[in-house]
Design a protein around this ligand. Sequence first.
Ligand code: HEM
Length: 211
Amino acid sequence: MSEQIYWYTARSSGIVALVLVTTSVVWGLLFSTRLLQGRPSPKWLLALHRHLGGLAVIFTAVHIAALVADSYVEFGPSEILVPFASEWQPQAVAWGVVAMYLLGAVELTSLLQKRLPRRLWRWVHLSSYLVFWMSIVHGLTAGTDAGTQPYIVGSRIAVLLVVFLSVYRIMTKRTVKLAARRSNPRPGRPSPGSALQESPQNPVAVPVQAG
Ligand code: HEM
């Protein structure tokens, strides 16, 4: 048992990291879709989303440290840092290595969010979807436990949740855009038969349909 402690740690921390990546993505989507309609509050959802992301980084670090400490397969700096450098299952491990870099970039840009251009932060942040999918593939192809019933059921639930919420997010964004376009066909240019109207509720004048 004592010889295998690192191997058990690597496996369990990998699974915990994957659960944290999944829940962070799910919480982020629950926040952006407003699916829960304000209960719990968006502020709480966002704070939890951030904490889950931070914890995912910590457990990924534990996962890697345990792999290095475990002597069954040789994992040194190059196997950890360079995709396909591992002699043991190079492809399966490469998914984890790339996911690790992306997760690091997402976390770093989130910590520096206020100092970065919003577009840059957003593009990097969107790669958290890749972190999720790569971690799923990595876990299923590299993991010792990947063939077990709980692992398979857990992965399926994670995939279904993320797919459902991502599709919901895309659909609601499209609906909002279409509604905005319908009420204002050409932003900045009033359409024929419309007039600019300003009100206390609407301090910036927007075109409104006459009649
Ligand atoms: C976002 C980063 C990562 C996540 C979320 C992650 C997650 C996982 C998961 C869920 C497993 C399956 C555990 C099991 O079934 O027992 C696993 C296994 C494994 N991962 Fe990672 N991993 C990440 C990064 C890495 C990196 C950077 C390496 C680099 C070497 C790596 C190497 C491995 C290896 C060798 C296994 C097989 C362990 C075993 O079952 O014997 N992972 N990982």
